[in-house]
Design a protein around this ligand. Structure first.
Ligand SMILES: Nc1ccn([C@@H]2O[C@H](COP(=O)(O)OP(=O)(O)OP(=O)(O)O)[C@@H](O)[C@H]2O)c(=O)n1
Ligand SMILES: C[C@](O)(CO)[C@H](O)COP(=O)(O)O
Length: 387
C-alpha cells in the first residue's frame, strides 16, 4: 500500500543543544544524519511522496542529509510544529483521501512494523498513533510538594508517525477553533470527534529531545548492529634536513634538524592515518591528500588524521585503539610521549588509555641508525558495522 509522509524537521532543537550548535535533525547518529533514518524507513515501507518540512534556511542541509535518496522534497515550515505540519499538508498533491503519515524527524529509529500497524488501523479509524503505556507512577506537584497521584490506567505516551486520510485531517483542521497549538496531530482529529486509536508503539521510537537522548539512541543502535573489529597498519619515513624543530605525533619538538616533506612531515601521524585508512580498506594517505597538490604544502598532519577518523564515523564505526612506534636515534621521544598521546587522543576523541606512543632506535643500523631519516609505524583498531 502506498502513502504520503510528512517529516517535520523545522525545529531548532533548543533542548538538545550541543556545543557545535547544530540542530538535532542534522546531527549524525550511528554515522548517519538523524533526518535520514526515518526518511529511509518511510521510503522503504512504500511512501511515494515524502515532504520534508524544514526551516527557511534548512533546504540545503536537507539535501545534504538525504543525498542519493529520491522520492522526497523539501517544504518550508513554520514557527510551531503544528505550523510545520500544516505547511507539509498543504504541499500534498495526491488524491484527497490519500493516506498520510506525519512524523517527527527527531524520532529517527522508525521500524516498518509500526508503519504497517498504522496503515491497518486506518481501515477502521480516522486516525492512529503508536503509543507506549506509562510505566512510572505519575505525580502532581505544587512547587516540590506532591498534591496528588494520577491514575495511570489508560494513559499512553504518544509517538509518531501519526496516520490519517488527508481529507479527514484537513476537515479536522478546518474545524479547529482552539487558540493553542496542538502538540500532536491526532489531537486535531480527536477534537473534531474523529475516532483515533492507538497501535503498539516501539521503545526505539524515542524522541531525541535532550542531550543525553543521543547517547541512548547510539547505544540502542550499537546493541542491534553487529560490529566487526578491523586492524590496519601504516608505515612512513621522512628524510632529515636543516631546521630547528620537528613535528612528531602532533607535537612540535625543538631539534637541530627537521623532517623534509610536502606537508609538515609528521611521520607519526602519517603512519597512523594510513593505519586507519588501511582498516577501512580505503587506499592510503597519498590517494586522499596527493603530495602533488599545492593545497597540502606545509599542511598540519592533524588534518589528515581527523579526516581518516571522520571516515570511520561516517561508516557507522568507531575508533577503538591506536599504537604508534617512532624509529629514530634522535630526538629522544620519551620526554614528549605524554604530550603526543594527549594530542592524538584529542584528535581521535579517544580516551588516553587507548592511545599508545612508543619509540625505538635501530642501534645505529640502517637509514634511521645512520641519522638519514626517521621512520614510524602504526596500528589502528576500529569497529565497523558488519556488512
Ligand atoms: N517549528 C517547528 C518546531 C518543531 N518541528 C519539528 O517537530 C519535531 C518535534 O519537535 P521537538 O522535538 O520539540 O523539536 P524542536 O522544536 O526542534 O526542539 P526544541 O523544542 O527542544 O527546540 C522535530 O522533528 C522538529 O524538527 C518543526 O518541524 N517545526
Ligand atoms: C508529536 C509528539 O512527538 C508526540 O509525542 C510530541 O507531542 C511533540 O512534542 P514537542 O513538544 O514538539 O517535542
Amino acid at each position: 500500500m502506498t502513502f504520503a509522509a510528512i517529516v517535520v524537521a523545522a525545529g531548532t532543537g533548543s533542548r538538545a543543544a550541543n556545543p557545535a550548535g547544530i540542530a538535532k535533525q542534522w546531527r549524525l547518529l550511528g554515522g548517519k544524519p538523524v533526518l535520514r533514518w526515518s526518511v529511509e524507513a518511510l521510503l522503504a515501507a512504500g511512501a511515494d511522496d515524502v515532504a520534508v518540512v524544514v526551516s527557511e534556511d534548512g533546504h540545503e542541509a536537507a539535501a545534504a542529509a538525504l543525498s542519493g535518496l529520491t522520492g522526497w522534497r523539501s517544504v518550508t515550515g513554520g514557527a510551531t510544529r503544528a505550523d510545520s505540519v500544516r505547511a507539509g499538508l498543504a504541499s500534498l498533491t495526491g488524491p484527497a483521501d490519500q493516506i498520510v503519515l506525519i512524523h517527527d524527524a527527531a524520532r529517527p529509529l522508525l521500524g516498518e512494523a509500526v508503519i504497517r500497524r498504522l496503515l491497518t488501523a486506518l481501515d477502521t479509524a480516522d486516525g492512529a498513533l503508536p503509543a507506549l503505556p506509562v510505566a512510572d507512577t505519575l505525580k502532581k506537584t505544587s512547587g516540590d510538594a506532591i498534591t496528588g497521584t494520577v491514575d495511570r490506567d489508560h494513559l499512553w505516551r504518544a509517538q509518531t508517525p501519526q496516520a490519517f486520510r488527508r481529507d479527514r485531517l484537513e476537515a479536522a483542521w478546518a474545524n479547529w477553533t482552539s487558540a493553542g497549538s496542538p502538540t500532536d496531530d491526532c489531537a486535531v482529529v480527536e477534537a473534531d470527534g474523529g475516532k483515533v486509536v492507538v497501535v503498539e508503539g516501539d521503545a526505539r521510537l524515542m524522541k531525541l529531545t535532550f542531550p543525553e537522548d543521543f547517547a541512548m539512541a547510539e547505544a540502542l543502535i550499537a546493541s542491534e548492529t553487529r560490529m566487526q573489529t578491523r586492524v590496519g597498519s601504516g608505515f612512513d619515513a621522512h628524510r632529515w634536513g636543516p631546521g630547528g624543530s620537528v613535528w612528531l605525533c602532533g607535537v612540535e619538538i625543538p631539534h637541530d634538524q627537521t623532517l623534509i616533506g610536502h606537508s609538515d612531515a609528521d611521520a607519526g601521524l602519517h603512519a597512523l592515518t594510513d593505519a586507519i585508512l588501511g582498516a577501512l580498506c580505503d587506499g592510503d594517505i597519498g590517494d586522499h591528500f596527493p603530495p602533488t597538490d599545492p593545497k597540502w604544502k606545509g599542511a598540519s598532519s592533524d588534518r589528515f588524521l581527523e579526516y581518516a577518523a571522520e571516515k570511520v564515523t561516517a561508516r557507522g564505526g568507531r575508533m577503538v585503539h591506536v599504537d604508534v612506534t617512532l624509529i629514530c636515534e634522535r630526538p629522544k621521544v620519551k620526554p614528549h610521549r605524554q604530550a603526543m598521546r594527549e594530542r592524538i587522543a584529542a584528535i581521535l576523541s579517544l580516551p588516553l588509555d587507548a592511545v599508545s606512543v612508543k619509540a625505538t632506535t635501530t642501534e645505529a643500523m640502517g637509514f634511521t641508525g645512520r641519522g638519514e631519516g626517521l621512520a614510524a609505524q602504526a596500528v589502528a583498531t576500529i569497529e565497523l558495522p558488519a556488512a
